[in-house]
Design a protein around this ligand. Structure first.
Ligand SMILES: [Zn+2]
Length: 373
């Protein structure tokens, strides 16, 4: 590390080179030391990496400022991250600066000499499932049906004749820097290096066939809308059987007719009669699971909200449960018997039922505010 060259020196530019000049300088060196042009030349490869590392820092405004101020010692400060110091791999270089190399040079799939065994990877499978509030409350197992690509039995393969198993096609292309080799993914085997020898019925050229499969997933207690459960290896099988993809299950909340969920809290309405509001009562109301007893005090106003601590949904992160809120609504009778009518008419004249707020009743707006605090 002590002998590390100055990045400006590496790119052969002055300290006040513009972003454009930095890019041009790097492009020039990248072309000069490109591994395709210098097969088996370790020194060229080292220079190629050195230039990429210099460019990685100097092309990033934030890193450049730190480098200008502290030089290579800034790299120990954690500000550089990633690949500096430890050196970048060829794959890093091609994946990060693919735009510099232009058409075809970004793959970098096969650097480091010779062909190597490729591991194919299956694609992820994403499904959405509707989950009831009760299932979210209790958690539990659920078996779902998925259509996934599965590797068929009895598939035999042979080395791809087009790329000889390397998975890449090498072509000579004319660029503004002269003739260069370009590597692209083999069109015949799509980079796998293999082709099927015999394709069993119903399978595609990679030996994959769509099948219906039942998979049991575990819905955690406290699950909520939008969370994603991932099941490693339960996605699509890989071409010719490599590493299968994952199954991603996205949870959707099924609307409950009586409950409204707000985070881990649940809300429900409760209608009581005029007489119950006046005289007080106790009620048993449905919770998400089971029932809860609540006491309605005499003289309860419509709109009162009762909080039942810990009767909400279990917390997915952390412990405990949210709360349950019961919104009391006093039902005003709409049809009266002649006797009832006479009774209420008497009250109008007597004036006992005239509203007499004490000011201690929380206003509608206060209640709303309480919820969101
Ligand atoms: Zn091939």
């Amino acid at each position: 590390m002590a002998s590390k060259r100055d990045y400006y020196e590496v790119l052969e530019i002055s300290k006040n080179a513009s972003a454009d000049e930095i890019k041009k300088a790097y492009r020039k060196l990248a072309v000069k030391y490109h591994p395709d042009k210098n097969p088996g030349d370790d020194e060229a490869e080292a220079k190629f990496k050195e230039a990429a590392e210099a460019y990685e820092t100097l092309s990033n405004p934030e890193k450049k400022v730190r480098y200008d101020q502290y030089g290579h010692s800034a790299e120990g400060m954690g500000g550089f991250g990633g690949f500096s110091g430890g050196g970048m791999s060829m794959e890093d270089i091609f994946s990060h600066f693919g735009d510099i190399f232009g058409g075809g040079f970004s793959s970098g799939a096969n650097f480091g000499g010779g062909s190597r065994t490729r591991t194919t990877v299956g694609s992820n499978l994403r499904v959405r499932i509707k989950v009831t509030l009760k299932e979210m409350y209790e958690g539990g197992l659920r078996t779902i049906k998925v259509k996934r690509q599965k590797l068929v039995e009895g598939l035999t393969t042979k080395t791809c004749p087009n790329c000889k198993g390397s998975g890449v096609e090498v072509r000579v292309v004319n660029t503004m820097f002269g003739q260069m080799q370009s590597q692209t993914t083999c069109s015949q085997c799509e980079g796998t290096g293999k082709i099927a020898d015999n394709i069993p019925a119903g399978a595609d050229k990679f030996g994959l066939k769509k099948v219906d499969e039942e998979i049991t997933i575990n819905i955690p207690a406290g699950a909520r809308e939008g969370i994603q459960l991932s099941m490693r290896g339960k996605g699509n099988d890989a071409p010719f059987g490599g590493v299968p993809g994952d199954l991603l299950v996205v949870i959707e909340e099924e609307k409950h007719p009586d409950f409204e969920r707000e985070g881990d809290n649940i809300h429900r309405a409760l209608y009581i009669s005029f007489a119950e509001a006046v005289l007080g009562t106790s009620k048993e109301v449905e919770a998400v699971v089971g029932k809860v007893k609540i006491k309605v005090d005499a003289g309860t106003q419509s709109g009162k909200i009762l909080r039942l601590a810990g009767k909400g949904i279990p917390r997915l992160e952390g412990s405990g449960r949210g709360d349950m809120y019961v919104h009391i609504n006093v039902w005003t009778p709409q049809e009266l018997t002649p006797e009832q009518r006479q009774f209420f008419e008497g009250q109008l004249e007597g004036g006992q039922m005239t509203p007499q707020p004490t000011g201690k009743e929380k206003s509608f707006f206060d209640k709303v505010k309480d919820f969101f605090n």
